[in-house]
Design a protein around this ligand. Structure first.
Ligand code: SAM
Length: 305
């Protein structure tokens, strides 16, 4: 095991200048990965959004996971994004080796420390490059706990069974897999529902079902996991929901800005209509008597022994 993890600690570099690295292209003013279904940008603004969203989710759920984990030795976070979940897991379980795997490292990951001394990367956390759609770069049964959050936009609907099987493969018998995904807003105004509907349509055209979040528990059961349980939490969206509501509205609008160019380029909505729905959503979020809420689902299951 020691060899496995030390082998994965290779130096990683992400170029800051879009266009210098053929893995990326500049689109809608943001840096995006090419040749993957994942539609969101891969740049510093997105890292900041992912950190913000992480704090929002952790606050809402009162923790980072629901699986009954005790004394894990190896933890994997698939699609680790900013690395925030992985680093917090590493701090919580200092005796565990925690690996974040993603298509590319976050831009800050080539430094040994993040930020200015307060944001130190735990020594038991490491990053590995990998693609869940192509098979993870780990031997069978490597991890006690495998976590995957918010990859719903990255996994074509027909690939989900294979993804669940791959998560099971790298999990030790008796270990746990946990999935977390958002659902579709409920009770939103016409702006929010129209905007979100355009994202569903945009992703549908890329073979991705952006409305399957509520099925993650069923997918674990179908993949052979035991003791599956699923929790749902509804995040208020907008001023009516106090600080959490304002935070989830801020996150939603940031996603709206990030997906704008893709939705328009795909011909789902003309630019003025997208911008009208976006402005209407902002007004709805500012309405203290609004009622929009975003369901969020977390499900865990245990690999059979
Ligand atoms: C919406 S972000 C979520 C990040 C993190 N899981 C979190 O909850 O903060 C999705 C992440 O999945 C990564 N990703 C997309 N497709 C992937 C794939 N095929 N294999 C591994 N990671 C992928 C993206 O690069 C991005 O960092």
């Amino acid at each position: 095991m020691v060899t496995l993890f030390s082998r994965m600690r290779r130096p990683t570099v992400v170029l800051d200048e879009p266009g210098e690295d053929k893995r990326f292209r500049l689109f809608g003013g943001r840096r995006h990965l090419v040749a993957v279904p994942y539609p969101l940008p891969k740049d510093m603004s997105e890292i900041n959004r992912l950190d913000f969203q992480h704090y929002l989710l952790r606050t809402g759920f009162g923790g980072n996971f629901i699986a009954p984990i005790s004394a894990p030795r190896a933890i994997l976070d698939v699609g680790s994004g900013s690395g925030r979940w992985s680093m917090e897991a590493a701090t919580l379980f200092p005796a565990a080796q925690v690996v974040g795997v993603d298509l590319v490292p976050p831009a800050v990951d080539d430094a040994q420390v993040l930020g200015h001394g307060l944001d130190v990367r735990p020594i038991n956390y490491s990053f590995a490059t990998g693609n869940i759609l192509e098979g993870l770069p780990f031997p069978d049964a490597s991890f006690d706990f495998v976590h995957q959050r918010l990859l719903i936009t990255a996994i074509p609907m027909d690939r989900w069974p294979g993804v669940i099987a791959e998560l099971a493969r790298v999990t030790r018998p008796g270990g746990w897999v946990e999935l977390a995904e958002c659902g579709v807003p409920e009770r939103g105004g016409p702006g929010l529902m129209g905007l979100w509907g355009s994202w569903i349509e945009f992703l549908q055209r890329r073979g991705v079902d952006f409305a399957l979040g509520h099925t993650i528990g069923q997918r674990l059961s179908a993949g052979g996991f035991a003791n599956v349980r699923q929790q749902q939490l509804n995040f208020p969206m907008g001023d009516w929901g106090g600080r959490i509501g304002r935070a989830s509205a801020t996150d939603c609008l940031a996603v709206g800005r990030a997906l704008r160019a893709g939705v328009i380029a795909a011909g789902v909505l003309p630019e003025p209509e997208y911008d009208r729905l976006f402005a209407l959503t902002e007004q709805e979020f500012a309405n203290k008597r609004g009622g929009g809420a975003l369901p969020f689902y977390v499900a865990c299951g245990q690999r059979g022994v």
